[in-house]
Design a protein around this ligand. Sequence first.
Ligand SMILES: Cc1cc2nc3c(=O)[nH]c(=O)nc-3n(C[C@H](O)[C@H](O)[C@H](O)COP(=O)(O)OP(=O)(O)OC[C@H]3O[C@@H](n4cnc5c(N)ncnc54)[C@H](O)[C@@H]3O)c2cc1C
Length: 394
Amino acid sequence: MNHDSSRYNVIIAGGGPAGSTAGYLLSRAGLRVLIIDKSAFPRGKLCGGLITYKTVKLLERVFGETATSLKEKNIINYESFCYEIFNRQTLIAQRTMKFPFMFVDRKRYDHYFLEKARDAGAGLVEGDGVMSLDVLKSAVTTVSGRKFTADVIIGADGVNSRIRRSFPVDLFGRDDWTGNIAAALEIFPRRETIKKQINHTILYFGFIDWGYAWIFPDRERLKIGICALKKRNKKKMLTAFRNFLSAIDFPDAQEEKIFSYVLPYGSFLPSPAFRNVMLLGDAAGFADPLLGEGIFYAQRSAELASQAILEVMENRRGIKKTRDASADIYLKLLQKHICPELVYAEKFRRVTFTYLNKFNYYPMKIMMGILGNKLVETVHGIRSYNWMKKMGEH
Ligand SMILES: Cc1cc2nc3c(=O)[nH]c(=O)nc-3n(C[C@H](O)[C@H](O)[C@H](O)COP(=O)(O)OP(=O)(O)OC[C@H]3O[C@@H](n4cnc5c(N)ncnc54)[C@H](O)[C@@H]3O)c2cc1C
């Protein structure tokens, strides 16, 4: 490969929701962008696939796609207006929402938005991951030995980000990254293989410390999972998951293959940029510390990073200044639009899992009664975890 074809304005490691969204926005604006992903798409990603109102609004704003258009393309394949919350087998709340939870299959969802980035002009290297980053030369080398350079490097390469691990994590304002990582287990029984059919969203507390279990509906399958802080549940996850499956009376699900992965769970980095390198989505730990919702935060951080890069470009400060200036703007945008909400959610989680846990979640029932639908509106992004105040536009 000659020098010119390996030089880009922006290199993005990772083509998941964060990488594809940044790739789409930056390519559409005319930048020379390369997305590098270790997997060939369509590829699976362990996930519950639940998206909220704030994500649907983002997809509309960024990609011009509505819930209706995404349903027509089978990207959104299910929606549930009803949800239940249990403490073990005891029902705590059962409600109907104005806005439904929507469900996506990550293989289709991620592939669809990556294709959007490609159509907008982004170059794509698939099946060849980023192996190393040379910060001084602003260059990445792939596993197969290909070398690419760029003015800005984006790490959208997920929770185990190679780009993030090129730096000491305390450089990004946090030294307890691993202490706030959750382990997750999930099964995906096909509807025709199980007797019990569920068509709404169910969350279960009480089966695991500092975490929860779920049943999410999908058109063809159920997604049944559990996630919790790793440090609080050493070696207990599998037992807890099996106990959960027995308790909710899913005997036929016991035979399903169990998948496992990790997710950021309160480990968000307050300052995930250094020089011309920016981290997005899971690479920066941007997932809701209470429920682990990360698709929205991946795409929202990508939108903010793209805004920062384009702002510097449009002000014609020149490509050299784009580097550090855009990282500074990105950090300011994060402080305004993402970090405060994650901090409030983390506080809310601490109350939920410490104080309420002591009392076997009975106060949760009272709290749910008092809050009504305010908590679910908070999850949807209509309200803030900051005393459930109404939010402005995301
Ligand atoms: C069990 C489970 C359930 C979840 N359920 C939900 C849910 O219901 N709703 C929700 O909103 N969130 C959920 N999440 C969180 C959500 O999956 C993530 O927050 C989201 O995928 C983050 O998107 P991302 O683009 O940052 O990273 P990813 O989606 O992880 O994408 C990262 C990409 O980087 C690539 N990559 C990795 N390493 C390299 C490398 N070295 N070089 C190049 N490419 C690389 C990967 O192949 C991947 O394509 C769940 C997570 C888990 C584990």
